[in-house]
Write a protein that binds this ligand. Structure first.
Ligand code: PMP
Ligand code: GLN
Length: 379
């Protein structure tokens, strides 16, 4: 077995969803909505399954979907991507794997921000890369140039940015992004931008893609996911966007990971990107109301809720809530009370923060209310 896998257990999201399945607890752990998703996208998937080819689509994705992704980013983020700069993948997870496997040479250093999505470190290490961690601190999780300067060395080649940031539920400001762009240019770094939460933003906040900042067009890989845009996490349709010289390299890894993604889902996502802006906007408001409902309920139960401006998640600070347990122990207590959540220590590769617990709020009101009652009784 490769040593990276020898030291590793099952991802926290699967582990906690398994506990929910076993115990029947309300699952506010793994990030998925109980929303059915846009009917037009589901109908398009069914229509394509019955009416179109189910044989291998082109390796880089259906031309129609690549075009739709490029158009979508032109409309929403004023980017000038061409269709051949978009490679369709089986979810953002595959895009991350393909990007890191394609670009990292043994010994290359990668700047990673903690807290981080749990796939990053194993993928970087498996590709032969060396993580260089920059720690972001609650409650603001700000990125500073000093922290970046302390992490960078002459061997650093990449910076992996998750923006909006899961689990912190924050978005980098325009000033932070400008600083990051300047830093990448100064140190000749390629930025790998995991922007799967780009449309799940609240209070009128708008996502700014790092690839749109000066100097970044040729040195960024922008990763997105239809699973998040349409709240259809099981679709596993994602993409990576990069200038042609980079995109050609990414495609070499992608062709031997999955080669392609089911064509009916690609057709459905292409149609969704072209026609479902109103659904995406409505969903944003629905999810924002879910956030407010859960935040108010938990606050009434005496929990200290951290701000959430993006993603499906909000977090609670245990010490500030007068709870004298660490996050793992509190999650165990919550499971006994019938609610599954995620201990934020799972988002650290070293020196974890152990006093924060993450909850998913994209659920029906009745589900959130029942969870609030159970959490309030358990605290
Ligand atoms: N990156 C981040 C930050 C995520 O939160 C997730 C899943 N929610 C992914 C990547 C994986 O996305 P996908 O399901 O499209 O593979
Ligand atoms: N990104 C999701 C979360 O943060 C989980 C994705 C997964 O389980 N692969 O909950």
């Amino acid at each position: 077995m490769h040593p990276v896998y020898a030291q590793m257990g099952t991802t926290i999201f699967e582990a906690m969803s398994a506990r929910a399945r076993e115990t029947g607890a309300i699952n506010l752990g793994q990030g998925f909505a109980d929303d059915p998703g846009p009917p037009a996208v589901l109908e398009a998937a069914a229509r394509a399954l019955l009416g179109k080819s189910n044989q291998y689509p082109p390796m880089a994705g259906l031309a129609e979907l690549r075009e739709a992704v490029a158009d979508h980013y032109c409309r929403h983020q004023a980017l000038d991507l061409a269709a051949d700069e978009v490679i369709v993948t089986s979810g953002a997870t595959e895009a991350l794997a393909a990007t890191l496997l394609a670009l990292i040479s043994p010994g290359d250093e990668v700047i990673l921000f903690q807290p981080l999505y749990d796939a990053y470190v194993p993928l970087v290490r498996r590709a032969g890369g060396v993580p260089r961690f920059v720690r972001l601190e609650p409650p603001h999780w700000k990125i500073t140039r000093e922290a970046l300067a302390a992490a960078v060395t002459p061997r650093t080649r990449f910076l992996l940015l998750n923006n909006p940031l899961n689990p912190a539920a924050t978005m980098a400001s325009a000033a932070e992004l400008a600083m990051l762009a300047d830093f990448c240019v100064a140190h000749d770094l390629i930025a790998i931008c995991d922007e799967v939460w780009e449309h799940v933003t609240f209070d009128g906040a708008r996502h700014l893609p790092l690839i749109g900042f000066p100097g970044m067009r040729e040195r960024s890989v922008k990763i997105g996911s239809a699973g998040k845009i349409f709240a259809l996490t099981g679709f596993k349709v994602g993409w990576m966007c990069a200038a042609p010289p980079l995109a050609r390299v990414l495609a070499r890894a992608h062709q031997f990971l999955t080669f392609t993604t089911p064509p009916n889902l690609q057709w459905a996502v292409a149609e969704g990107l072209a026609t479902q802006d109103a659904w995406v906007q409505d969903a944003r408001h629905r999810f924002e109301r879910g956030r407010d409902r859960l935040a108010a309920g938990l606050a009434d139960a005496g929990l200290a809720v951290l701000p959430s401006v993006a993603t499906y998640f909000l977090s609670v600070d245990l010490a500030a809530s007068d709870i004298a347990l660490d996050d793992v122990a509190f999650c165990e207590r919550l499971i006994e009370a019938g609610v599954v959540a995620i201990p934020v220590s799972a988002f650290y590769a070293e020196a974890p923060v152990t006093g924060i617990v993450r909850f998913c709020f994209v659920k029906q009101d009745a589900t959130l209310d029942a969870a609030i009652e159970r959490i309030g009784a358990a605290r």
